[in-house]
Design a binder for this molecule. Sequence first.
Ligand SMILES: [Zn+2]
Length: 332
Amino acid sequence: MQARLRIDRHSKSTQNRFTSVRLDRLVERRDDRDWVQRAMRSDMARFVPLWRSRSLIDDSGEEQLAVYLGPDELSDLDAIQPPTLLGTDGKRYFFAVSINDQQREEVIERHPGAKFVDLRRASVHMDAKHAGVLAYAKALHYWQYRQNFCGICGTPTVFRSAGHKLVCGNEECAREFFPRIDPAIIVLVTHGNACLLGRNVRWPPKRFSTLAGFVEPGESLEDAVVREVQEESGVQLERIQYVSSQPWPFPASAMCGFFAEAVSMDCATTDELEELRWFTVDQLVEAVMSGEVLLSPPVSIAFRLLAEWFENNNGGDLEALTREARQRLKSA
Ligand SMILES: [Zn+2]
């Protein structure tokens, strides 16, 4: 039995989507090839298929379901590369497996309600644990794809540690590579009772969200918050508070969420953001209900930050509000 973790913010981060992987990752088994082979062929094996980085989801019913394949459903497990050991929930051993076009057709034939989709679009109505398993598989799959070749000598890499390490195939080089994620900050800037949302030029029409950006080499997370907010909006900050984090495998980020207080409401649009607006709770309710503003999907930490601010400022449940707005706009 694992001791109960007492980590500041841990409980908050677990509420963010894609973080709820409560799998035992079986780190100590990864280098035991015989054990991995036996686990892969046992009745407990479940494969998370990835086809061109897309996840297999059945949304023919009320709820979206992650579809896992049994040990007999794929004739060739190594069609593209060996499966990757993800871990166990005590009942099953989960593996990620890349499949080719022909295997995709066979899988779809066997699971007629299922489709390969972009996980970002598919995870709103999915059980948190399974959304987490799919996100974990997708993140590793992307890193393996990106690290197909040695970055030093260009030789193809080979799988080690059940997919958690890639080693250069050139014996003289033999460089080892480990999974990479790109840290990014995401921040809800407030001043008084208002919050700042921006509109990126590349987003769908009417979408407004929190400010965000990648952490640069040589920066702390807090430095990145100050710089990104300054670059994107010209806003000066006087207080920064860490809130929670979220793995974001689109393609390979770790999002670190913050609240920040601005010195004033002075701001200016930039090349990246074509519009910046301050909203009080009442103004946000009005903008969302009228369809003037569309927020990021509730799976995102951007939405969670905004929802927490909204609730703390007596706005109530932001997710319920956006659902109501969607229904109202659909029937209008
Ligand atoms: Zn090399």
